[in-house]
Write a protein that binds this ligand. Structure first.
Ligand SMILES: [Ca+2]
Ligand SMILES: [Ca+2]
Length: 222
């Protein structure tokens, strides 16, 4: 749950928002839908259960010049952001969203990948320490397959999400000490080391929970 200080209230002058009478939205769900479907820049909403007012919210980084204001008492909800079965996760000082779900029970990297693809996603990317920290909060000490491997070309790690190559910076930022080490020449798949909060290469046939990710659905323009 977010605190009130995390958000900036859009003004009527903001495009998108101005086209809707947010005061006429009478439920949390309709408030959420209006926000998600009608205001691409918005990633949430505030619904005041007392006054019944719906207020779309926008993240601070999207409006660097916006003045921070305290919204009225209420709660911030996220609805209809992620596809069914995926949960919303926030990271990067609450400026970014991800849709994730766990693939259980523990299975091989290849099978976890297939199951995840079948649900429309890919094993998760985490290219920043911010996202690594988010995964750490979800992992609860567990070992999780993520979408990164060097199965095709030893030492060349490819992200499942976009087929891009792991950069030297990412490797330095994300991997555990002395990893990846391709131990005994048989480690080609990467997992999140729950007890360390960092990445490690492991044999692809070892069994772990998969962390599946899916991009939030595209937003419609107003
Ligand atoms: Ca390897
Ligand atoms: Ca290793």
């Amino acid at each position: 749950m977010f605190t009130q200080e995390d958000a900036v209230i859009l003004t009527a002058a903001d495009s998108c928002v101005a086209h809707f009478d947010w005061n006429q939205i009478s439920s949390e769900v309709s408030c959420a839908r209006k926000t998600i479907n009608s205001c691409p820049a918005c990633r949430g909403f505030l619904f005041d259960a007392v006054s019944g007012l719906c207020v779309p919210l926008i993240w601070l980084h999207q409006r660097p010049g916006a003045a921070s204001v305290l919204p009225p008492a209420g709660q911030l909800f996220f609805t209809d952001v992620c596809p069914k079965g995926f949960q919303v996760a926030v990271y990067g000082n609450r400026t970014q969203l991800a849709c994730v779900k766990m693939i259980t029970p523990a299975t091989t990297y290849g099978h976890a990948t297939s199951v995840c693809i079948d649900s429309g996603g890919h094993l998760a990317s985490m290219k920043t320490v911010e996202k690594l920290a988010m995964v750490d909060s979800l992992a609860l000490g567990r070992q999780l397959w993520i979408g990164l491997d060097d199965q095709v070309d030893e030492g060349v790690y490819i992200w499942q999400e976009d087929g891009s190559q792991l950069t030297d910076i990412e490797m330095a930022d994300l991997f555990d000490d002395n990893e990846p080490n391709n131990w005994r020449g048989r480690e080609d798949c990467v997992h999140f080391r729950g007890n360390r909060g960092r990445l490690n290469d492991e044999p692809c046939w070892s069994k772990k929970i998969g962390l599946c990710e899916m991009s939030p659905p595209p937003q419609t323009n107003c």
